[in-house]
Write a protein that binds this ligand. Structure first.
Ligand code: GMT
Length: 377
């Protein structure tokens, strides 16, 4: 099969969409395709050297005549420049706004042969789609793309409802790097954090935006802690972290809540955890659920967005209604108090990720989308 030349644009900072875009680029490069990241900074997971991965920085100049730096226009022009110079087959952009719009502009400059594949990750639809001043633009970006994928079936439904579009959208689930996300031996880590042998460890990882409902995580932990010795690991940073911090003080549980901030070695932290909570009110997929399950951690997530497509209810964890802390606590205790159930779920979680969200299978699905878009049989 012909090797492709692919331009990838994503938000390169920490965040599930950037992680998936970068891992996809790396895996495609391993298969011999030529990858060009066209982003505002080097994607943070692109740590080592690959001879067929190139990075093109989008540098926005601050001319005094511009009140706002023209990032979108600079990106579009960079996309066009790289597509022409490197003879790219397609641009794979993550997020409709602004990236699909920039790709559309680039295509106008380069010509019809340059194809656009857009992947929807959620925030542009679940948040921006409700903003009437942007929804027409998002719809335009989607409809002008040659192919569109979304990370869950729920996101496809929501996109179609919200934007009233009948554009064909393929569901391609997220995946993780199985070499990174696996249970690690972490003999000293619990000790370093002052976690005793009896303590059960609950973990939450996010960007602490209000949609993540972090106070629900803290309150659930408070209830669990009343029943058994336990610790809560809060990993990541964001606007709601101060709210969580204040709440732990109000509840008098600050000694048992560890604020770890942004961390690189999340697999190690999952490996000392007994349960992962993701209690969001919006979540198109929930990549952290995959990361946790791959490390053998049972999960509890809310019944919204793509979460029910990720958790195998009753086997790898539980799905509860948003804000139903009674049910969430009961389910958490049922996992934490029953070693046999915990071991079973932990094993099943690893199998589930490898079976349903296998990286080779997902990369193959993206290649099928590329081939279809380019008319390659
Ligand atoms: O959740 C966020 O705020 C970050 C955002 C992102 O751009 O990474 O996450 C979205 O994309 C991820 C990767 O596909 C999904 O796992 C997240 O569920 C999705 N977030 C939302 O839908 C809120």
């Amino acid at each position: 099969m012909r090797k492709l030349k692919i331009g990838i644009t994503c938000y390169p900072t920490v965040g599930g969409s950037g992680v998936v875009a970068t891992e996809l680029g790396k895996m495609l490069a391993k298969e011999g395709h030529e990858i060009h990241f066209i982003t505002s900074s080097i994607p943070f997971r692109l740590e080592k050297f690959y001879s067929n991965i190139h990075f093109h920085e989008v540098e926005v100049n601050q001319y005094s005549v511009f009140r706002y730096p023209p990032y979108d226009l600079t990106l579009a022009s960079k996309m066009a420049e790289i597509a022409k110079r490197e003879d790219l087959d397609l641009l794979h952009v993550h997020y409709a706004v602004p990236h699909a719009i920039c790709a559309y502009l680039a295509k106008q400059m380069v010509g019809e042969h340059l194809k656009i594949v857009t992947t929807l990750h959620g925030t542009d639809i679940t948040v921006l789609g409700y903003d009437p001043s942007l929804s027409e633009l998002i719809k335009f970006g989607i409809e002008q793309s040659d192919s569109v994928t979304a990370v869950s079936n729920s996101l496809i439904e929501q996109t179609k409802d919200l934007l009233d579009t009948d554009k064909e959208i393929d569901c391609v689930y997220n995946f993780i790097d199985e070499d990174v996300y696996q249970r690690k031996s972490t003999c000293d880590l619990r000790k370093e954090y002052g976690i005793s042998r009896e303590d059960k460890v609950i973990i939450h990882v996010s960007n602490y935006r209000s949609v993540k409902r972090v106070p629900d995580v803290v309150r659930t932990f408070h209830r669990v802690r009343e029943q058994m010795p336990s610790k809560l690991l809060l990993v990541g940073d964001g606007p709601e972290l101060t709210v969580a911090c204040r709440l732990t003080k109000e509840l008098g549980i600050e000694d048992d809540v560890l604020f770890l901030g942004k961390q690189d070695n999340i697999a190690e932290l999952f490996s000392i955890s007994d349960l992962k909570l993701l209690l969001s009110e919006k979540e198109s997929f929930g990549l952290v659920l995959l990361e946790a399950m791959a490390c053998g951690v049972p999960v509890i997530g809310t019944n919204i967005g793509g979460i029910p497509e990720v958790i195998d209810e009753g086997r790898t964890g539980y799905i509860c209604e948003v804000g139903n802390l009674d049910d969430i606590t009961t389910k958490a205790l049922s996992i934490l108090q029953d070693d046999e159930l915990h071991a079973k779920m932990s094993k099943e979680a690893i199998h589930h990720v490898h079976r349903q969200f296998n990286s080779s299978k997902i990369v193959e699905e993206y290649l099928t989308v590329y081939h279809k878009t380019l008319g390659i049989k």
